[in-house]
Design a protein around this ligand. Structure first.
Ligand code: GLU
Length: 304
């Protein structure tokens, strides 16, 4: 399979088509991004890697970082984690409050905001320096020390975190947040502010394509069973309430973020990251979805 050729062809094809969607305006630091940015990077388990366009430019990975936080906490806490967060698709927007009441403060899954806030609360409980430990974990996974929080994005989001604050307080009223909501939100906003390139992302997610183990070092970050389960949640919950559509069109587990990034994984084969800031109305990168749909169509490979 000549992945490189297929990626080049699909990239130039998508580039010529109209770029639709909007950049999110609720995080001012992200609203001013250049909307024409478009990058793709592919890395396989033999560590062949190549990219197109803006694949070496850093962007705000936003919700993609929820996968790293989940991996870190799941490895430390084990199956007890699922007492505080469920594994069902929400069928609602990522920042929706309505299900929390009916579900007694237990978020539907770790990738909606409420779920990630619970993961951050657990991080505060199990770690002395959660920000540093998390960054260390991500740098280890990426084998790259040039990964940082963007303090401006974190503060910009903290100043506009009214919905996240509402969710956090609401879950605290059910006893599912143990720390002070402000501390949880501060950690959550830092998690969202992490910046990475498509190249760093496609390399760092290889552990999920390889049963929890980084192929370069053979270091086991997660057990096979935990990696399998995270991939399952990515498939069913990785794209807000468009997860069914992504699975239908692309056929790979993955995760998107409102910074315009998408990471997708073909287990036992590769990981691919795409970045294009304009989002469709469900909050997923318009070009990112188009690119991956065409990519799996042309390769004829998916998990199905
Ligand atoms: N920082 C964003 C928020 O909490 C993350 C959203 C996302 O990427 O899904 O609204």
């Amino acid at each position: 399979m000549n992945y490189q050729q297929i990626i080049r062809n699909v990239y130039s094809d998508i580039l010529q088509k109209e770029n639709k969607g909007k950049v999110p305006d609720y995080i001012p630091e992200i609203a001013c991004i250049d909307e024409s940015k478009f990058g793709v990077n592919f890395t396989d388990l033999d560590l062949n890697t190549f990219g197109c366009g803006d694949f070496e430019e850093k962007f705000s990975i936003q919700s993609i970082s929820k996968v790293f936080a989940l991996s870190f906490v799941y490895e430390k806490l084990g199956e007890k984690l699922w007492e505080r967060v469920d594994v069902e698709p929400s069928g609602n927007a990522f920042n929706s409050l309505i299900q929390l009441e009916a579900d007694h403060g237990i978020p539907r899954n770790p990738f909606i905001n409420a779920g990630a806030l619970v993961i951050c609360d657990i991080l505060l409980e199990i770690s002395e320096n959660p920000k540093e430990e998390l960054l260390h974990f991500i740098r280890d996974l990426s084998e790259d020390h040039q990964i940082f929080f963007n303090e401006k994005v974190a503060s910009s989001e903290m100043e506009n975190s009214f919905r996240n604050a509402a969710m956090c307080n609401f879950m605290k009223s059910f006893g599912n947040i143990k720390n002070q909501p402000d501390a949880v939100i501060e950690l959550y906003c830092h998690l969202c502010s992490i910046e990475m390139t498509c190249k760093q992302l496609s390399n760092s997610f290889l552990y999920l394509a390889n049963g929890g183990k980084k192929p370069s070092s053979n270091k086991q970050f997660l057990s096979y069973s935990k990696a399998k389960r995270i991939n399952a949640i990515l498939l069913t919950c990785g794209f807000y309430d468009e997860s069914g559509e992504f699975s239908f069109l692309v056929g790979l587990p993955g995760k998107s973020g409102v910074g315009g990034g998408i990471v997708a994984i073909l287990p036992q084969k590769y990981c691919i990251a795409v970045w294009s800031p304009r989002l469709n109305e469900k909050g997923n990168s318009y070009r990112g979805m188009k690119f991956l749909e065409e990519f799996t169509t042309q390769t004829g490979e998916s998990i199905f």
